[in-house]
Design a protein around this ligand. Sequence first.
Ligand code: PLP
Length: 386
Amino acid sequence: MTDPVYLDNAATTPLDPRVLEAMLPHLGGRRGNPSSLHAFGDSAREGLEEARAGVASLIGASPGEIVFTSGGTESDDLAVLGLARSAGPDKRHAVVSCVEHAAVREATKRLQSEGFEVSWIGVDEDGLVDPAEFAASLRRDTVLAAVMWANNEVGTVEPVLELADICAAKDVPFHADAVQAAGRVPIDVSETPVSTLALSGHKLYGPQGIGALYVREGVSLEPIVYGGGQEKGLRSGTENVVGIVGLGTAARLAREEMDDRVTHERELRDRIMAGVEEIPDVLVNGHRGRRLSNNVHLTVSGVQAESLVLFLDSLGYAVGSGSACSSGGHKASPVLLAMGLPEREAFSVVRITVGKDNTLEEVDDFLEAFSTAVAQLRELSPLYAG
Ligand code: PLP
């Protein structure tokens, strides 16, 4: 049997063999604690600082502005909770979009339970935040605003430069979750005045369980983990050196190869979109132009998402049902509801996300399998009138 074809790169990406190679020495003889003074400590510290520079270079930051965390979720939590809790008692209001990943959404709900007031900003039918509505919601007591750089479900790329400029003009800290955007969309924090920005290793062909938070020089954050004071006191705990070296290498490669990767992904993505749109009652969700290079998000009328994902799996193709982190649950995605999709249709969505290693041949074979699966499931479906 041939290997299954992986088309769920928004959920996680395969580990790049070059990243693995860079990590291996830190698992073996060179392992030390970066806080130790001896040669083993030196070697770990060198790996750590080289990785910090690698991550910084992907987003135009200074290495000293990078804090390593356990992943995108912790980075988002640290930003949202950390910014809010570090402000004075007169700042008790947050502005957060309705389409954020659960990491930002749940951290924001935590703030609500601590007495903060939250303005949840809606989106249009393509998933875009309206800068005018966003600007109007900022207040004198706003402690932070958060809008993701690109959406993990539908792939819409938000007008982050505009939003960050609006916040900078009003002196409101702005957090951007760039977990899906990094490596696909050029990010330069020297031009986009974000205060904090979240990254995750496993969306960038790096390891799982490692992430980073960019914290602009001068921005103050209350930590959410207490202990030995590592990472300038913002993230205590002995650093995950192996993971950090992996993230640093992955970030460096992403910067060097971004243009080629994006061109390749776009070609695959557009071929999938053109192919699936020939099937009746299949609709693409998310913005057409402002869209991640790897994302195809579809409503397939009359078909239950999980059935389609499992059918495709049996044919050798791995795709996502809705959002990576909410799959398995049976609630309609808040992102799709915010975009105005009827609840019924929000259970008929699949997400196909290509990656740098997918091929045109895989995509062509996938399109055949997809059309077979949809036709067969619709034949069985009482939901589909055709
Ligand atoms: N933010 C976005 C936009 C994501 O897509 C994800 C993961 O799917 C996360 C945050 C969480 O990242 P991690 O899995 O590294 O915790």
